[in-house]
Ligand binder design. Structure first.
Ligand code: A3P
Length: 327
């Protein structure tokens, strides 16, 4: 048995148990011992009750905007460093700690009936990040989790187009076909780009990881095609899922903008506010060879997804692209 000053003792401990050196922020309100030593000015109400986890390019920004237009639902403040998303549970922001995260949310205001606003956060990179489900569950075990799915082939192409438009030098040097056919012999950066492009669309494996932590009753899967063509139905379903009050009729909040070809917010002066030019881009149709390669790539993932969605009984009905792909 040895005794050492605390920091020296910690060094010894972490050299013996390196896996414990990764912090996991748990919810102070779930543990009385933590609550006792937590500053009285802090509140677990300053944490989100709903996470929109992505993946990227499935309509997450549209859902974010629609949620934000609800009078009782509020998003986090913007993070200028990460294109507005907080991205706490993935990457280095996690090491900035709980106070850093909580400062992105307003101090909650109770209305006259005592019911608080519902805070939510949307970070589209959460969906496929290895560590996020475990970390999110440790801090937000009662949160509702929302994922959006579209045909993974279209998602991959939309992501590639997004990277190109964003000025990514690699995406601008290689065609989509070159990206999806990158092999072990290809340059490392190209292989990495391919993995970033394709991996999020391997939906079943990522969803199973979330379900390792969260019960299926807390997970809502949205069909991105319906979010795009009929967001009113989706927003009504989502409101029932999170049991928000008041229940708002989204026919008063969004409408189809013929020029943009998408649903947009109705503003107080009756004008439409659509998402920016980066959302709902127009680009050339996908190369048919690349499309066939991707369909083959996603086939086993889609079979697994089909089984998973049947097991979860959502979304109802199953996405049209999935049924078409499997037939
Ligand atoms: P494209 O730009 O490839 O068409 P995300 O916000 O997750 O990055 O997703 C972007 C995608 O959202 C767009 O991809 C577009 O197809 C889709 N989308 C769905 N509803 C939309 C809406 N109301 N306005 C604009 N884009 C929408």
């Amino acid at each position: 048995l040895r005794s050492l000053p605390p920091s020296k003792m910690a060094d010894v401990y972490f050299s013996m148990f390196p896996e414990d050196s990764e912090p996991v922020w748990s919810n102070p309100c779930e543990d009385n011992r933590h609550l006792k030593i937590w500053a009285g000015s802090k509140s677990c109400e300053r944490l989100p009750k709903l996470l929109v986890i992505g993946p990227q390019k499935t309509g997450t920004t549209a859902l974010f905007t629609f949620l934000n237009s609800h009078p009782a639902i509020k998003s986090n403040y913007k993070n200028p460093a990460t294109f507005e998303e907080v991205q706490f549970f993935n990457g280095n922001n996690y090491y900035k700690g709980l106070d850093w995260y909580m400062n992105f949310f307003p101090v909650p205001e109770n209305d006259n009936n005592g019911s608080a606003e519902l805070f939510f956060e949307k970070s589209a990179t959460y969906f496929d990040h290895e560590m996020v489900p475990q970390r999110a569950f440790a801090l937000l075990p009662h949160a509702s989790i929302v994922a959006i799915l579209i045909d993974p082939v279209r998602r991959a192409y939309s992501w590639y187009q997004h990277m190109k438009a964003d000025g990514d030098p690699l995406a601008n040097s290689y065609s989509f076909l070159e990206v999806v056919t990158a092999s072990q012999d290809s340059p490392r950066l190209l292989r990495h780009l391919k993995s970033r492009c394709l991996r999020p669309g391997e939906y079943a494996g990522h969803l199973e990881r979330w379900l390792d932590y969260y019960p299926s009753t807390q997970l809502l899967i949205i069909d991105g095609d319906i979010l795009r063509s009929d967001p009113i139905t989706i927003m009504h379903h989502l409101q029932r899922f999170v049991k928000i009050k008041p229940f708002v009729d989204y026919r008063d909040l969004v409408r189809l903008d013929k020029k943009k070809g998408f649903y947009c917010q109705i503003m107080s002066n009756d004008s439409s506010k659509c998402l920016g030019r980066g959302k709902g881009r127009r680009y050339a149709p996908m190369d048919s060879q690349a499309e066939a390669i991707l369909q083959r790539h996603y086939q086993p993932h889609n079979v697994a997804l089909h089984k998973l969605l049947v097991r979860l009984n959502q979304p109802v009905p199953l996405p049209t692209w999935l049924k078409a792909d499997l037939s």
